[in-house]
Design a protein around this ligand. Structure first.
Ligand SMILES: Nc1ncnc2c1ncn2[C@@H]1O[C@H](COP(=O)(O)OP(=O)(O)OP(=O)(O)O)[C@@H](O)[C@H]1O
Ligand SMILES: [Mg+2]
Length: 590
């Protein structure tokens, strides 16, 4: 039930309208009885005297005409009223879903890396789409139908009891059994819908991964395997759907039979009462005409409770997402740097543990403003993790990182990140134009300016040759571009925010040596002050740095200039020799 309370809280602003619409649902249910009551009145006041005396009572025609006119008017009012309340439900629920989706999306933007490694994309997509629709359906339809059922049932029961209590009780005798069955069904169907919801999420995840990884699938000729894997999930979803649907089918014959027995009760008990003269023909007609208003709610209650259980399963998932909070947030007393930061970066005894694994241990490192520091080390040494601490992708579990002498946790996260330009190791580009991608960090950037950064990162050379030049829309994740081209756009994007601290994680690994040399020349003469932290595997990059830091097994094992380190036995010298063809002379590749 907390799910309903939560949705109620989200309806703020539309609550009065919603309550009015629900009230209208109740009123419409009561009005549904009107037709039968008017028909009964026609029976008793017009037809009965005719049948008894064989003559038309004076004024019968007028009365008939008047009652039929009331009947028509009544139907028109009901239809019109129904139309307007339907419109209300639709607009209220659409507004609710729009706002919810907006808030959820915004909350997702605030999440940290831990969140994105915990949730699968397919699952998040399911929450934003299918689960949302379940909420809309509940607000727009299920709750209204439940109210309709309850009110219709209650008013009919009261009307019947008032008309003839004995006949009414003989009909109502089956209702406890129907309610018991429906209750049992509702309890059993809930876990099935939780399961069904999970299967849908798995199906979406399989599809999403397959679409994203389509190149890998084709490269390994695993289409058959992937189809079979998808089919497995599809099958599981179908089965879960079938199990949930079949459950109601198991209950429905009993509910159906019990509700059908109402008509029999009217004919049999009502018939006897009519013959005995206990009830009038009008009362009999009313009972007969209103049997459906008693049986229909009982029959459809199960279906609506079914929908309600689906709603509970989906709403639970949405609420979880709505309240998930990133651990990396700005403190209430967070500072926003006044103007540009200097770009002094310092690691003080920094350690990092991720999921129980010690990734970094006791790192001490100071990078002065404007300095260029290269970080080198074997794969898995912790280089990406180390540089990721600066924009707070993760928080150090020991020690602290400082920017301009201030611990980074004291900065407002957004301000901190906007001082940093970063090109990550796995390049991600948006399906946008080339200059749209470059200007990603600053959408107010002019085309000329974007091109200036494109030139620095050597994007211009290849971008101009694209079909629409810089206006060419590149595919999702940059399909249609080479690895080196993607890296260069990522570099231009990082430079375009004119950062005080530039972090390049293996950004030039896929570009040729000549291009790399050009880029390094550009980086050395950037038109704004900038501290550069460059993760690199090539000696051609590290030798230009002011300082080289060697990271092995999450620890700094050597710090020095290229000249110093290439003379000292250790990892750096080994790499240096290897890249020079194993010759220890000063001959270099570049
Ligand atoms: N989210 C995580 N949970 C647990 N361990 C992690 C996580 N992310 C990274 N690691 C581990 O941390 C270690 C360092 O990873 P990192 O990506 O920083 O290495 P790297 O030096 O950048 O390697 P490469 O040169 O291959 O890019 C690895 O052993 C990796 O398995
Ligand atoms: Mg890395």
């Amino acid at each position: 039930m907390f799910q309903l309370r939560w949705v109620w809280a989200r309806l703020a602003g539309s609550r009065k309208r919603y309550v009015f619409a629900l009230f209208s649902a109740a009123l419409l249910a009561v009005m549904a009885l009107g037709n039968s009551l008017i028909s009964a009145n026609i029976m008793d006041t017009v037809f009965k005297p005719l049948q008894q005396s064989g003559e038309t009572a004076p004024g019968s025609m007028q009365r008939l005409g008047m009652l039929v006119a009331v009947l028509i008017g009544f139907t028109l009012v009901r239809t019109g009223f129904g139309y307007f309340t339907n419109m209300s439900y639709e607009s209220i629920s659409q507004k609710l879903i729009y706002e919810l989706r907006r808030d959820l999306y915004q909350n997702m933007q605030e999440q940290d890396q831990a969140f994105y490694s915990a949730y699968r994309t397919g699952d998040l997509m399911t929450r934003l789409t299918g689960d949302m629709d379940m909420i809309r359906h509940a607000v727009c339809f299920t709750v209204r139908q439940l109210i309709h059922c309850i009110v219709l049932f209650t008013t009919t029961a009261v009307t019947f009891l008032a008309a003839d209590w004995l006949l009414a009780l003989s009909m109502l005798a089956v209702t406890p059994f129907i309610f018991l069955l429906t209750f049992l069904f509702s309890r059993r169907v809930h876990p099935l819908y939780v399961e069904l919801r999970e299967k849908l999420s798995q199906l979406n995840t399989a599809a999403q991964e397959n679409i994203s990884g389509n190149r890998v699938v084709r490269a390994f000729a695993r289409e058959g395997y992937e189809t079979a894997r998808f089919d497995e999930k599809n099958q599981a979803y179908k089965e879960a759907n079938k199990t949930a649907s079949l459950l109601w089918l198991k209950f429905s014959p009993y509910v159906e039979t019990l509700s059908q027995s109402l008509s029999i009760a009217v004919l049999l008990v009502g018939g006897i009462f009519l013959i005995n003269g206990r009830i009038s023909i009008g009362t009999f007609t009313m009972f007969n005409g209103l049997t459906w208003t008693l049986s229909e709610p009982m029959r459809s209650l199960g279906m609506h409770l079914n929908d309600l259980q689906r709603f509970f399963a989906s709403a639970g998932k949405i609420i979880e997402l709505y309240y998930s909070k990133s651990t990396i947030v700005s403190r209430p007393d967070a500072v926003k740097p006044q103007g540009r930061v200097q770009g002094q970066v310092e690691f003080q005894d920094v350690s990092l543990k991720l999921h129980g694994a010690q990734v970094l241990s006791h790192i001490d490192l100071k990078v002065e403003p404007g300095e260029t520091v290269a970080i080198m080390g074997p794969t898995g040494a912790g280089k990406t993790s180390l540089v990721g601490l600066i924009p707070r992708f993760a928080d150090a579990t020991g020690g602290q990182v400082l920017l301009d002498g201030v611990p980074i946790r004291r900065y407002d996260v957004k301000s901190l990140r906007s001082s940093i330009g970063m090109a990550t190791q796995d390049v991600f580009l948006f399906s946008d134009t080339v200059d749209g991608n470059i200007a990603y960090g600053d959408s107010s950037m002019s085309e000329e300016e974007a091109k200036r950064f494109a030139l620095m990162a050597d994007v211009a050379g290849f971008a101009e040759k694209l079909p629409q030049g810089f206006d060419t829309v590149i595919g999702e994740r940059g399909t249609g571009l080479s690895g080196g081209q993607k890296q260069r756009i990522a570099l231009a994007r990082a430079l375009a925010v004119k950062p005080s601290v530039l972090i390049l994680d293996d950004t030039t690994s896929a570009v040729d040596l000549e291009t790399e040399k050009y880029i390094q020349g550009q980086l050395a003469s950037l038109p704004f002050p900038c501290t550069k932290i460059i993760v690199a595997q090539r000696i051609s990059t590290t030798k230009r740095a002011d300082k080289v830091v060697v990271l092995e097994n999450g620890r700094v094992t050597a710090v020095g200039t290229h000249e110093e380190l290439s003379q000292k036995p250790g990892y750096y010298r080994e790499v240096f020799l290897l890249q020079n063809g194993g010759d220890s002379s000063e001959r270099e590749v570049v």
